[in-house]
Ligand binder design. Structure first.
Ligand code: ADP
Ligand code: MG
Length: 453
């Protein structure tokens, strides 16, 4: 992918936008871009630099993303809505072409990493609550104030404010930014792995300084396999697929496991698709497992398996969702007149363009017959060992969001009022550790970062 039209190859110390941003290390990548930690010499802050592939279709997509991110930043000047902030954007010309670059506020690990880090056990419910509140405030802002649908909400696209491993966080570990490409031969003299090793060593001692403990020699401190003590705040990122609700271009949206039924059935979509994905995400945070993992099989497709899994968890789909309603006689006659009219009437009828392919007229799946109903609150108890109360309360929070009828799902604003978000069963000791974390957090954000040596 590092060829004409593709990714731009970046080396540590490379500078961008006339020397303003300096690449520090790679943070991640997506289908269309690589993302680098960069140092902003103008504001003396770390930023995330998203460098798009250069071919015209990628540039087009980046322009769209910049348009949405600019609207997000303009509507939230104090940056309090838990959505990533666009700081700047510019073009960068390299050997593979011209790349659009987005400068975003630097955030930490994704919730997916958090789930992995916690060994897929699921997070404590109080942490899930905190994360859910952030996501919902973000969604409420996007939906109600901006009229924007994210369309790809999932743990991977929600980033924590700081990284799980403080040694990897340049701010927490007090790293001195690299301001120029390391000197030496044409390659910069030192390979990136050597630089990374140096960085890690510096980070390790910085962590030891902060935490007041002596780290063992060799390698990074082993991450404690728990996420206790992390201030759980996060932001929604990746607006590469987002759209304005009144300007939709594509029908197939969302990552498979987080896809809403109306998208599978092609019956049109709105803000409530994000609420469906939100519920899937909240479940995954609390259990460590994806809510739906459909697979195609012999005689049925992945879509059909997905619908079957939904019905096993949530019950039968109401007929008005799953089947085209029988049309009145007058309409039937009109239907015969022209194909164009048939098309129009189908648009008016309830049910999606694909409903007839998957469901019979009783609302049963045509090709997957025997479903085992296993409702959400039971799964939480039987499989994930939740207490009865926790399971009931969490299921009461999630189930309305998983209504098959999109218009019945609560909005983000309504969801924020739900009592589950305000239940607090913090024990005294948890309360104590919470307040101490906050103190540490404040202390760290005040850390001065020195430029140069
Ligand atoms: P794509 O649209 O190509 O999927 P994303 O915006 O999802 O790109 O970014 C790809 C990856 O880069 C993310 O999964 C994350 O690891 C990292 N990343 C993106 N934005 C940031 C940010 N603001 N701060 C830190 N890391 C980021
Ligand atoms: Mg992404």
């Amino acid at each position: 992918s590092y060829r004409k039209g593709g990714y731009h190859a970046v080396r540590v110390g490379d500078s961008f936008a006339g020397g303003r941003y300096i690449a520090q290390r790679k943070l991640g990548w997506g289908q269309f871009s690589t993302v680098w930690l960069a140092y902003d010499t103008q504001s003396s802050r770390y930023v995330a630099l998203k460098i798009q592939k250069s071919a015209p279709q990628f540039a087009q997509a980046a322009l769209h993303e910049i348009e949405l991110l600019s609207a997000i930043a303009a509507g939230d000047p104090s940056s309090s809505k838990f959505v990533v902030r666009l700081v700047d954007h510019f073009k960068h010309t390299g050997p593979n072409g011209q790349h659009l670059c987005m400068v975003l506020e630097f955030l930490g690990d994704s919730l997916l990493r958090l789930i992995r880090y916690n060994r897929y056990k699921g997070l404590e419910l109080n942490k899930v609550r905190e994360i859910c509140k952030c996501i919902l405030i973000g969604l409420d802002y996007l939906h109600r104030e901006l009229g924007m649908i994210h369309t790809d909400l999932k743990p991977e696209n929600i980033l924590l404010f700081s990284t799980i491993d403080p040694a990897k966080d340049p701010i927490l570990s007090g790293l001195t930014p690299i301001l120029e490409r390391p000197e030496g031969n044409a390659n910069g003299g030192v390979t990136i792995s050597v630089i990374e090793k140096k960085l890690k060593r510096r980070a390790r001692s910085a962590v030891a300084r902060i935490s007041g403990r002596r780290e063992s020699m060799g390698g990074l401190p082993k991450p404690k396999r728990t996420v206790d003590g992390i201030d759980m705040r996060c932001k929604v990122v990746d607006f590469g697929n987002a759209c304005w609700a009144d300007k939709q271009f594509i029908e197939e949206i969302q990552t498979r496991q987080y896809r809403a039924p109306e998208v599978i059935l092609r019956s049109g979509f709105s803000f409530s698709v994000d609420m469906w994905s939100f519920a899937c995400t909240a479940f995954e945070l609390a259990t460590g497992e994806m809510m739906f993992t459909p697979k195609g099989g012999e005689g049925f497709s992945e879509d059909e398996d997905h619908l079957a899994l939904m019905m096993e968890l949530l019950g039968k789909m109401p007929r008005k969702v799953s089947t085209l309603s029988p049309l009145p006689l007058v309409r039937q006659i009109l239907q015969l007149i022209t194909h164009f009219y048939i098309f129009l009437v189908k648009q008016i009828a309830i049910g999606g363009a694909r409903s007839k392919d998957y469901f019979d007229r009783h609302g049963d799946l045509k090709r997957i017959r025997r479903l085992k109903y296993w409702p959400l609150d039971r799964i939480l108890v039987d499989k994930f060992k939740f207490s009865d109360t926790d399971a009931r309360e969490f299921a009461e929070f999630l189930c309305p969001l998983l209504d098959f009828a999109p218009e019945k799902r609560p909005t983000a604003q309504q969801c924020l009022q739900h009592p589950w978000l305000n239940i607090s069963n913090l024990t005294q000791s948890e309360l104590k550790s919470e307040s101490s974390v906050e103190k540490v957090g404040v202390g760290m954000s005040n850390l001065q970062i020195k430029v140069g040596k």
